[in-house]
Design a protein. Structure first.
Lengths: 984, 190
């Protein structure tokens, strides 16, 4: 039975805490983890297996824990799949088990275990194929799985931070601490990240002695020195989950959950390190025997750590089983703490004599050349059956022993995950029975991750590693690395067999989290999935959230056994980020809600707000969609605004319109290479509309370009394309045509732009003092004039996106709000109305003007939208020209932009699909833009229709979900086809 | 008929003023200043050290700034920002024109496109690290350093004015969003 020891531990017994475990109050001490507190209260079952729902207890004391996954909190702050071994207890914490119904102690899902022969590895690939996997998937997802995700928006605060350093050290165990102190003393800037909430880890046990003092004194000394240094950042509760190119690492720091809404819950560190030193340690591996998943069966190192660090004994009578020396050290510590250890089972022929003698002196019986066959017990461990291995490896005698906890040690697998992520090469170490880093490639490894098994080896290796790091940093070492003297029993690195040759009848578990057994691997092998990568995928061994930290090595050994090869020949699977799960909240950081993306405001934002603008976020800009009056619907407002523009005058804030200055001796040549129409022939003071294509001949933007001077143009783009087209021009200038003397300068927000449109637009502008002649003869359509407007410098373009007489008045942005106010005030006698972007889109639809990105997609070429002849007429080259002659672009049955009209308003909605007469299946096109035209009094639409331009007058059927209607193909523009109004 | 409208009033993106986020961190919106982009052709770039504007040379190294007022920042191989709180944009443009006579260049007034925020205090770099991937340590980003970079997803020009003072020049349309972003980020810093 698990219980708290009367003395020892690295906990504060004076500070009593309590938390709820499935509603039951559990008492703990400050310094406990949830796992240690559960063990101290003799909670045997901490979770259920994912597939068979077998009861499982705490296996480990660290990040590798596969069983004790719990859910913290509830409601919006609920967090599933948290390893109980990694979470310090907080007062009032609510902890619940997962994947069990109706209760953890009585889980009906256990029926899957009782009928397990029906559900071997890959069962769903074979069984649930008829009539469709998707029929079964929801049920399987419900019965197999982990904790439930939170259903409410998480109110917690997360953030991300960028950090740089000379040396990132991952792991603050013995090697990491020594490396950090040495590097900091040498003057490097260091980030030291430790996934535990305390540094030292292995050194926190009382039996560790350094420099003839408790090791904890050495740890405190190092941490004190680091705390006093300005060039080091020590991060605890911080896991380096990913290591990428050029020393970029992702770190996840878990912070206090009890800090209130403003406190940061998790912090994502994006570290760019000049060098990385991995002191990530090693993970103890289980032994493989029957029922090795029973609650009470734990890793020996974990049992040792619970005793040393938390003063918790996992049982009253603890047997140890091992194939290496580390369990002997566990036996010594357990005996020193007063825990009964009746037996130590060692699968090897021999162990270091001094170690054996010391353990025997503690009253522990040692049996060599023996292996565990089976564990006994129903819901927790009651006893063990072991057998002796003969010289030929065969099992000879059998023996049983009662116990309530087992500490097993199948050797230690270096935590090479980050090293492997960084594409560091691995090699198999036959002696240690594990994969270790090979070579001195970056990143540098130190300590147990290289296979060091003693503190002395770990320190020596850390000294080597940090010297190498300093050498690479160009910092000479003036003094030797100050390595502490270690007082520990000598141990060897030799690792014996992990599994007996004649196992019992019970299942031998490899992957505790995904419920994978030896027989599953054998089945995969039998069915031809013989490569380790195939075995992994067929059985799902190592594919759960723990990524096989306690299963990959053993799965590999079983695979090697089946293939009759050495493990080195079998190879290993690839490690990929993240090392441990990362919450989406941490990755998103503060980039949620209002901070998801920058919100850009118009210069006259406050004026629009005062006029009851209905906001529409477009391309990052907050833009007025329309200005509904009191009690007026948005649709009615759009219709009213459109009618006012057609009849009188309206003003529209067009400031987001992209504006790019293009200057230089070769400006005209440069722009000619982008537009499908001519630029060089444009006269000074005139404006031309053009399309830009990409290399594939696809329309990517449209807009106007105006010639201000011989070598000075202003290019306008769509609002959403402003930065994209600016970058597009710059990229071609820099990379393809550096020989041209041309300068590209985006000036979108330098200018506030107000479009003034309607038959009375000129009258309204005439109300302002200006040196620009506004009369039609002096200032024709598609012209630009520079001058002053109401005292401000201005560029006025006579262009129209509404089909009415229109001007775009550009003034420096500081005058934007004043210009808007003045136009409204001066326009009052004309009945001026502000109109929004929805009204603009309606007005342009009536005119059949193109809206790139809405009426076009990633396949649309100029001919599809009626600009084929213009492009064909241009002799000089431009981007995309060659692609326009591809046979596919010349097909007559391409999707082409046409007008549609109907009397059935419900049928014409954007996205509705079209079918030509006689077509029974599939789609012949779709509606791209649609609205009810107030000017025409009927629904109108633009659509991409197969061979559309040759189908004028034909009727097409329109399909919108369950609705079906009919529409007639008509030419555009719908309104004022002669264009008389805009020339007014 | 009423009198014609002759004057439009100026209005800044954000009213200038300071905000004390903590004793160790101050955030301020600087008064509107003249900002001019100077771009030089390939040959002129190579001889940039010879160009003097308002009597002072342009910085030659990329991502370095010089001067007090006006301040010259070299923000790219071919681009300099000229900024001044004392001089108007027209004066600055004229000074640049004079300085770059007979040189292949483009001079563009972008005063209205930008707003400048100052972040000052011992924790200024900590705050900026929330939004910017640059290494802001003294050794990497010294007191003559500037850079065109991304901050909180926005294109900005970051300039280190002194050990504990940085200036962030950003687009005026996102000024309010950036100001709110900085204030919110500061919660975790202080």
């Amino acid at each position: 039975m698990g219980h708290r020891l009367d003395r020892g531990g690295h906990i504060d017994r004076s500070q009593r805490l309590s938390f709820r475990w499935n509603g039951r109050r559990i008492y703990a001490c400050a310094g406990d983890t949830i796992a240690s507190a559960l063990l101290a209260e003799d909670v045997a079952i901490a979770g259920r297996g994912m597939k068979y729902h077998r009861p499982r207890g705490v296996l480990s004391a660290g990040v590798e824990e596969p069983n004790a996954l719990v859910t913290l909190g509830r409601g919006a702050t609920l967090e599933p799949n948290v390893r109980a071994t990694m979470v310090p207890v907080r007062d009032g914490l609510e902890v619940r088990s997962q994947n069990a119904w109706p209760a953890l102690g009585f889980d009906l899902g256990r029926l899957f275990d009782l009928t397990s022969p029906l559900w071997p590895a890959g069962f769903y690939n074979k069984t649930f194929t008829w009539p469709s996997w998707h029929l079964y998937e929801p049920l399987i997802r419900r019965t197999a799985g982990l904790g439930p995700p939170p259903r409410l928006p998480d109110p917690s605060r997360y953030e991300s931070v960028n950090a740089h350093c000379d040396l990132l050290i991952v792991g603050a165990g013995p090697a990491g601490l020594l490396a950090a102190r040495t590097a900091v003393r040498a003057g490097l800037t260091v980030i030291l990240a430790e996934q535990d909430y305390e540094c030292g880890v292995e050194l926190l046990r009382p039996s560790a002695v350094l420099d003839e003092e408790p090791a904890i004194t050495w740890v405190a000394g190092v941490l004190g020195e680091l705390a006093a240094s300005r060039n080091v950042t020590v991060l605890t509760s911080t896991t380096a989950f990913g290591l990428y190119d050029h020393g970029t690492a992702g770190l996840l720091q878990r912070l206090d959950l009890g800090g209130g809404r403003r406190a940061v819950r998790e912090r994502y560190w994006r570290v760019r390190a000049r060098q990385v030193l991995l002191a990530t340690g090693a993970i103890e591996q289980p032994l493989v025997f029957g029922h090795n998943d029973l609650p009470g069966v734990m890793l020996a190192g974990a049992i040792r750590q619970y005793v040393n660090r938390y003063a918790v004994a996992a049982g009253r009578r603890i047997v140890l089983a091992t194939n290496n020396d580390s369990a002997y050290l566990a036996a010594l510590d357990l005996a020193a703490a007063g825990v009964e250890v009746p037996l130590l089972v060692d699968s090897r022929i021999a162990a270091p004599a001094a170690l054996v003698d010391r353990v025997r002196e503690c009253g522990v019986e040692i049996v060599m050349e023996s292996v565990l066959v089976e564990a006994d017990g129903h819901r927790r461990l009651r006893g063990l059956r072991l057998a002796r291995r003969g010289p030929d490896g065969r099992i000879a005698g059998a023996r049983e022993i009662e116990c309530d906890a087992l500490g097993m040690s199948g050797g230690w697998a270096p935590a090479v995950h980050l090293y492997s992520q960084a594409r560091g090469p691995l090699g198999y170490d036959e002696t240690r029975c594990c994969f270790v880093p090979r070579g001195d490639l970056a990143p540098i490894c130190a300590g147990a991750v290289t296979g060091a098994v003693t503190l002395e080896e770990a320190f020596a290796d850390a000294a080597r590693a940090v010297r190498l790091a300093l050498e690479r940093a160009g910092v000479p070492m003036s003094a030797p690395v100050e390595v502490p003297a270690v007082d520990e029993p000598a141990v060897s690195a030799h690792v014996g067999p992990v599994r007996g040759d004649a196992p019992g009848r019970r299942r031998e578990w490899l992957d505790f989290q995904h419920d994978v057994t030896v027989s599953d691997v054998r089945l995969a092998w039998d069915e031809g999935f013989d490569h380790v990568e195939l075995i992994k995928r067929y059985t799902t061994a190592g594919m759960s959230v723990d990524q096989g930290k306690t299963s990959n090595r053993n799965t590999l050994l079983v695979a090697a056994e089946l293939r009759k090869e050495r493990p080195a020949e079998v190879g290993t699977t690839t490690c990929r980020p993240p090392y441990t799960p990362v919450t989406l909240g941490a990755l998103a950081g503060r980039q949620v809600g209002e901070r998801y993306a920058p919100r850009r405001l118009l210069p006259a934002h406050a004026e629009h707000e005062a006029q009851n603008a209905r906001w529409w976020e477009a391309g990052g800009w907050m833009r007025p969609a329309c200005y509904p009056g009191k009690g007026e619907s948005p649709g009615a407002a759009v219709a009213r605004e459109a009618a006012a523009v057609r009849a009188g005058v309206g003003i529209f804030d067009a400031s987001p319109l992209g504006k790019i200055e293009v200057r230089g001796r070769d400006a005209a040549r440069f722009l000619d290479r982008f537009y499908i129409n001519h630029v060089a022939t444009l006269e000074r003071g005139r404006v031309r509309y053009g399309l830009m294509l990409n290399e594939s001949g696809v329309v990517i933007d449209d807009g106007t370009f105006a010639r201000l001077d011989e070598n000075h143009f202003i290019v306008t783009t769509t609002s959403g394309g402003a930065s994209r087209i600016g970058a597009w021009l710059e990229e071609w200038r820099q990379c393809e045509w550096p020989d041209l003397e041309v300068f590209v300068t985006p000036v979108t927000t330098q200018w506030a732009t107000v479009a003034v449109a309607g038959p009375r637009a000129r009258e309204l502008l005439s109300r302002f003092e200006t040196d620009v002649a506004l009369d039609a003869a002096s200032f024709p359509h598609m012209a630009l004039r520079e001058g002053r407007f109401a005292g401000a410098p201005a560029r006025i373009c006579r262009v129209s996106f509404s089909g009415e007489l229109g001007y775009e008045v550009n003034v420096p942005a500081r005058y934007g709000a004043a210009l808007w106010r003045a136009l409204l005030a001066e326009g009052a006698p004309f009945g001026v109305v502000p109109y929004g972007i929805e009204t603009v889109l309606l007005l342009r639809l009536e005119k059949g003007f193109l809206h790139v990105g809405v009426d076009t997609d990633g396949t649309t070429c100029p001919a599809d939208v009626g600009w084929g002849e213009v492009a064909a007429r241009k002799k000089s080259d431009f981007i995309g020209k060659r692609s326009l002659t591809r046979s596919d672009n010349l097909r007559g049955d391409r999707l082409q932009l046409v007008g549609l009209t109907t009397t059935d308003a419900a049928a014409l909605v954007p996205g509705a699909h079209l079918r030509l007469a006689g077509t029974q299946a599939g789609s012949d096109g779709w509606v791209t833009s649609a609205a009810h035209s107030p000017a025409l009094g009927r629904p109108i639409a633009l659509a991409m229709l197969r061979g559309g331009r040759s189908r004028m007058g034909e009727t097409v059927s329109v399909h919108e979900q369950d609705r079906r209607g009919a529409a007639m193909v008509v030419p555009t523009p719908f309104y004022d086809p002669e264009g008389r109004r805009l020339h007014g | 008929m009423a009198e014609a409208v002759t004057t439009l009033l100026e209005q800044s993106a954000l009213p200038a003023g300071g905000r004390v986020l903590a004793e160790t961190l101050h955030l301020a919106i600087l008064p509107a200043r003249a900002v001019v982009v100077l771009k030089l052709g390939a040959r002129a770039q190579r001889n940039a050290g010879e160009i003097r504007i308002a009597g002072r040379p342009l910085p030659v190294a990329v991502n370095r700034w010089s001067g007090d007022d006006p301040v010259f920042c070299r923000v790219g191989p071919d681009a300099w920002l000229l900024a001044s709180a004392q001089h108007g944009a027209a004066d600055l443009v004229e000074a640049a024109r004079l300085g770059c006579r007979r040189k292949s260049c483009a001079i563009t007034d972008v005063s209205d496109a930008n707003v400048t925020l100052a972040i000052e205090g011992p924790q200024a770099a900590d705050l900026l690290a929330r939004g910017c991937g640059l290494d802001l340590a003294d050794a990497a980003f010294g007191q003559d350093a500037c850079a065109r970079t991304r901050f909180a997803q926005l294109p900005v020009v970051l300039r280190r004015v002194s050990h504990e003072r940085f200036e962030l020049m950003a687009d005026r349309s996102a000024a309010q969003w950036l100001f709110d972003w900085l204030q919110d980020a500061a919660v975790a810093v202080v």
